[in-house]
Write a protein of this length. Sequence first.
Length: 322
Amino acid sequence: MKFETIPVNAIKPLRIDLFLSNYFPDFSRTQIKKMIKSGNIRVNNFPVKPSYQLDGNETIDYIISLPENQKTKLKAQKIDLDIIYEDASIIAINKPPGLVVHPGNGNEDGTLVNGLLHYFDKLSNINGEDRPGIVHRLDKNTSGIILIAKTNQAHKHLSYQFEKRLIEKKYFAITWGSWKEDHGHIDHPIKRGKKDPTVFEVDINGRNATTGYSLSKRGKYLNQVFFSPKTGRTHQIRVHASFVGCPIFCDEKYGGGLKKARGFLPEVTKIFTKIAKDFNRQALHAEEIIFNHPNTHKKMTLKAPIPEDFNHLIDQLSLFNA
């Protein structure tokens, strides 16, 4: 196997195991430590301990793998799943906010995958034993529709459609700010942040990313917006919305959280702060997906109803956001 390299730049002193567990969110910190101890992770081509302090001027060489006897065996767990659609090839789930899609850093169980294993005997295994059925993902605190493959044939077909950008997705969101146009495209490349590997940012050296948007309702402070990502970069909608000055409501990571809510007149600040604390997740919902069925090849449109917490948020905001 060949070592890959990560340049470490512009970070404050940080333990290597902490840095890498953030950089590779699909692996737990315990798994990262085992790989460091095995020599699969090195700094400037030298083996180090998990406690090694990075100062921002190193390169990390790595081979990400785990011996068979160190892999975590997934367990089936009874988790309530809102199944929108199911047939012999695919499943569509309306994922609630707060549910992680698959086990990874700090989430060994209680994920969507654990729930799928409880209810379904047959799931694709193309993505490995730790991600059965998973073709694409949603952020933990983003709700909405996610497709699951039961068979490898279905998985390959759906993956091809995602790769070729043949699948259409529509998200509903509440954003801050004043949009210049009622509809348009945000076309800016995105890459992983240098200071914090869990944060992504617009960067000319990043991967191309395009997001369509259409305003559904303008408000005094907040807007209802539909987003249609044309590419599938991590946190793409959240990064793009923040970049144009209209971050997603309650998105702490990208400038739409409590700090934003407190930047108004005292009486408005008090209301926004309470609503943001009650809602406690980014106001982003994957509402619709359009794709070709992997077996019949017929075009399918599936929708996930807006969740209860989102509808309650809209009702609260309507009282003073007109």
